[in-house]
Design a protein around this ligand. Structure first.
Ligand code: ADP
Length: 444
């Protein structure tokens, strides 16, 4: 039976019963008594309806607090249907509340900013990323016009032109932002912001690197091309000049080769495709080889010593050869003839420590923080003279990053420099560790 029938059938049945009762009373006791009883019966029915109407109106005033009354007759059905509606409504509200909480959480984790505005750009809501990017505060700025909050002429122009199909690049609060307005629904718009500061910085570094590398390669190439032109335009050059030219060309060829090799090393060190594969590194033996190479580079112009009683460590042998080798060859290259270079490897309290100390030209404090930047040189002429590529300390920095090690530079102009590499204690191989501690204690 449909709900309408459920309502009408019992109601009509009750009315019919009342009329039947009035009819029977009239037949037996006369019309006056029947009329009186009929009127009283209808009055009673009306009173009951009024009572439930009154309760319904009280409940409608505050549906949440009041318990729904129990009904009588057709009211039972009305109240039970209202009860079901209220239960469904509560369920929907709970679900909506949970969904809203999830939505807010997701929005607050989003790295991109989202601002919801009405059609005339009054702020309705924004997520924490938008607060950071644009300097907004959701609660404080709600209901304010976004153009009054984001004070940027470029943003104003973007709004005035209304070409929202293209994003706008904006510099705001020292950040590079990519912003775009997307209309949605009929009368709302979303402003999306993406922080491109970091990617812009990386892009700039890449551009600088390419410009620097091209510049570094151009010089030796120009020299080689110049001599090749001379050789082809003057075939009868005397043997002495020809061999001098060949010597200079070979030097420049080596310079290019060093540069390309250093660039490839740096690329490999930065690449996730070449993760460090730790192995046992016999540092003492490695440093002995490096010292021999340093002696060859110095060609007897310096006194070079090695004291190595530190432990073997876990790391990449070739990478450490490159890092330690660069630091030692720098000490040779930046120390005038007669100078002393001390290489040491020991176990300190905080972990294994490599150091190379020279009494060479030293470095002014303002340069120290920038030394590990690619192609950064204090004295360009001296670096080139000694076959420097300007990439040595950048390579050191990357190797140390991969070994969780730290580089400390202590230097004074005209007095010399000490480059210290500190490894974490966990890098030391346990079997050589205690022996090493003993020797440190013995030395100390
Ligand atoms: P380069 O190939 O020019 O030596 P590096 O990256 O190895 O490049 O070093 C960067 C700069 O740091 C050098 O150009 C030099 O000015 C300075 N430098 C590095 N090591 C020393 C040192 N031991 N003494 C003085 N200056 C140094």
């Amino acid at each position: 039976m449909n709900p309408q029938m459920l309502f009408w059938v019992p109601a009509l049945l009750r009315m019919s019963l009342l009329l039947l009762f009035v009819g029977i009373t009239g037949y037996f006791f006369g019309p006056a008594i029947a009329f009186g009883l009929g009127t009283a019966g209808f009055g009673l029915v009306v009173l009951v309806q009024l009572k439930y109407l009154y309760r319904l109106s009280g409940w409608l005033d505050d549906p949440d607090s009041e318990k729904l009354p129990d009904g009588w007759g057709a009211w039972t059905d009305v109240f039970s249907r209202l009860y079901r509606l209220r239960r469904d409504d509560e369920k929907n509200r709970t679900e909506l509340g949970e969904w809203l909480t999830r939505f807010r959480q997701a929005m607050s984790l989003l790295p991109d900013g989202v601002v919801i505005m009405d059609d005339v750009l009054f702020l309705e809501w924004c997520n924490p990323a938008a607060e950071r990017h644009l300097g907004l505060q959701n609660l404080r700025d709600k209901g304010m016009r976004v153009t009054n909050l984001i004070r940027s002429p470029d943003f104003m122009d973007y709004i005035i032109l209304g070409r929202y199909e293209h994003p706008l690049t904006l510099t705001l609060r020292e950040r590079k932002l990519i912003v775009q307005i997307i209309p949605f629904e009929n009368r709302r718009q979303i402003l999306v912001t993406h922080d491109a500061t970091e990617s812009e910085r990386i892009d700039m570094m890449r551009r600088d690197f390419i410009a620097n590398a091209s510049h570094e390669l151009r010089t030796p190439l120009t020299v080689i091309n110049g001599f090749l032109e001379i050789a082809s335009s003057q075939p009868n050059l005397d043997a002495q000049t020809r061999s001098a030219h060949l010597k200079l060309m070979t030097e420049q060829g080596h310079r290019m080769q060093n540069l390309v090799e250093d660039m490839l090393t740096l690329t490999r060190l930065e690449s996730i495709e070449y993760p460090l594969r730790p192995e046992r590194v016999a540092v003492k033996a490695l440093l002995e080889q490096i010292m021999d190479e340093a002696k060859a580079l110095s060609a007897g112009r310096h006194t070079i010593t090695l004291s190595a009683d530190g432990p073997d460590i876990k790391g990449g042998t070739e990478e450490l050869r490159s890092a330690f080798g660069n630091l030692v060859s720098n000490a040779v290259r930046y120390t005038p003839e007669g100078g002393t270079i001390k290489i040491s490897w020991k176990m300190s309290k905080s972990g294994p420590q490599f150091a190379v100390q020279d009494n060479g030209i030293g470095i002014s404090p303002e340069h120290i923080a920038r030394l590990t930047e690619r192609f950064y040189r204090v004295d360009k002429g001296r670096s080139r003279e000694t076959q420097g590529t300007g990439l040595g300390l950048a390579i050191v920095k990357h190797v140390l990053l991969r070994h969780d090690a730290i580089l400390t530079i202590d230097s004074k102009p005209e007095q010399g420099s000490t480059f210290i590499v500190s490894f974490p204690i966990t890098a030391a191989m346990a079997d050589t560790f205690s022996a090493a501690s003993d020797s440190v204690a013995a030395v100390g």
